[in-house]
Design a protein around this ligand. Structure first.
Ligand code: NAD
Length: 331
């Protein structure tokens, strides 16, 4: 199967060697605690360590979550701090940092502060557990992951961002609602920046096993071709709407991140649109963005070079350009 895909195997690829099922989560706020809850429900971790500069918050969240112990598979959930928090963790998830303060603030506005916070955390993880796979969710996730990886010299692929996994899930859900088909039977990806320049890879969309255009030509219930831009804009504005309504997003991202953590802990080699550092793939270098990747025990194990249409290639290049401009401001 894998041989049929245009894959770029990362040079650091090593055989899976999972020693633990411990997950450390840095940042016990809306996203971090949501992830701990979703992970506990998923029953895939043996231990979840919650870390936060606000130690009381970490303690409170851990205690609250631990009280559900009789209702999910065995997992130790506790607050932790210092090197001990990271030691033996197979995956460290970083959700620490500032979130968008309201619907008027973009993810890229958070760049300076969050890049500094995550770089500092990456150094602490490295000192305690250089073997860990580090998954970053802190926004702007592509820029933050890129900078933190370069500054900490983390091996390529073993520090990845949550990318457009959540955006792709939102896209699949909206398409599923539109077509009246279960989201499990809709395969679709949002690529590029996890943010305003992201785009839909329509040429890769499959509904009920059929390419989107073929499905539409059989279905004929609507003039969907004309409605496509509107649907993508809905995906793009999702976070702004949710933040406007309730102040933060947490459940969707927690479930999306659970899929990524599961792929790593179980060495699933699942294709997910995580933030990957590009070194020539898609003709791009010096940028990290959401692209389909094979995710397994070593983090990103391969980058899938999907056959994008010429327009989608341009969209990807535009997204990369915007991210590079933000990276340049941090230099
Ligand atoms: P939040 O304010 O609820 O939680 C952030 C937590 O980080 C706080 O509890 C804070 O005390 C902690 N923190 C800050 N600096 C720290 C440090 N140096 N070490 C340990 N803990 C530290 O925010 P949130 O809503 O949970 O969002 C967290 C981040 O996730 C934001 O940057 C947000 O934009 C991002 N996010 C990403 C996605 C995605 O898909 N990638 C989705 C939603 C939110």
């Amino acid at each position: 199967m894998a041989g049929c895909l245009p894959l770029r195997r990362l040079p650091e690829f090593i055989m899976a060697n999972i020693k633990s099922r411990k997950v450390a989560i840095v940042g016990a706020g809306a996203v971090g605690s949501g992830l701990a809850f979703a992970l506990a429900q998923a029953g895939i971790a043996e231990e979840i360590a919650l870390v936060d500069v606000n130690a009381d918050l970490a303690k409170g969240q851990a205690l609250d979550l631990a009280h559900g112990a009789p209702f999910y598979r065995p997992v130790t959930i506790r607050a932790a701090a210092g090197p001990e928090a990271y030691r033996d963790a197979a995956v460290v998830v970083v959700t620490a940092g500032k979130a968008q303060s309201g619907p008027d603030q973009s993810r890229l506005d958070l760049t300076q502060t969050n890049a500094r916070i995550v770089t500092g955390i990456a150094a602490e993880i490295q000192a305690a557990n250089p073997e860990a796979v580090v998954l970053v969710a802190t926004n702007p996730v592509d820029v933050v992951t890129h900078v933190a990886r370069l500054r900490s010299r983390w091996p390529r692929g073993r520090m990845l961002g949550s990318g457009t996994v959540l955006d792709s899930a939102r896209f699949r859900w909206l398409l599923a609602e539109h077509c009246g088909i279960a989201p499990q039977n809709v395969h679709a990806s949002i690529l590029g920046e996890h943010g305003d320049s992201e785009f839909a890879a329509w040429s890769l969309v499959h509904v009920a096993g059929l390419p989107m255009d073929d499905y539409c030509s059989i279905c004929r219930k609507c003039d969907f071709v004309h409605r496509r831009p509107q649907l993508v804009e809905q995906v793009r504005r999702s976070a702004y709407h949710i933040i406007g309504y309730k102040g933060s997003t947490s459940f969707g991202v927690a479930m999306a991140m659970t899929q990524i953590v599961r792929a790593i802990l179980r060495n699933e080699r699942r294709v997910l649109t995580v933030s990957a550092p590009l070194e020539g793939e898609y003709g791009l270098t010096d940028v990290t963005l959401g692209i389909p990747c094979v995710v397994g025990a070593n983090g990103i194990e391969e980058i899938v070079e999907a056959r994008l249409s010429p327009v989608e290639r341009q969209d990807l290049e535009r997204s990369a350009l915007i991210l590079r401009e933000h990276l340049a401001q941090l230099a």
